[in-house]
Design a protein. Structure first.
Length: 114
């Protein structure tokens, strides 16, 4: 959506949270979980926290997405913030994580940020 809509804020997590809020008619999503193909960037993590989501499961580490050309790095300064947020953040296990990382590798050429 970032490239399609020419909108740097249109990350998948942002889009999913916007849709969930509309569908549920509320901004408090404390009874929801979010699943993402990649470790959330600071912008997405901030929105996850604002919407009170308590659990995040992601497929690929941010470094994998960054290597594929996505601007998805998580600065070291945010690691402690993530840990202290009270939000359960974990990587998917086994096959799900491997598939997510493989997808980023395969789309490397198509989605280069310009």
């Amino acid at each position: 959506m970032v490239l399609k809509d020419t909108d740097p804020s249109a990350h998948a997590e942002v889009t999913a949270i916007r849709e969930a809020c509309k569908k549920l008619g509320k901004i408090n999503l404390s009874d929801c979980e979010i699943y993402s193909s990649c470790e959330p960037c600071p912008m997405c993590f901030g929105l996850i926290r604002l919407s009170k989501i308590k659990k995040v499961v992601y497929g690929a580490k941010a470094e994998v997405a960054a290597a594929a050309g996505f601007n998805s790095t998580v600065p070291d300064a945010f690691v402690e913030y993530y840990k202290k947020s009270g939000i359960e953040v974990r990587q998917a296990e086994g096959e799900a994580a491997r598939i997510a990382e493989e997808v980023f590798e395969k789309v490397k050429e198509k989605f280069q940020m310009k």
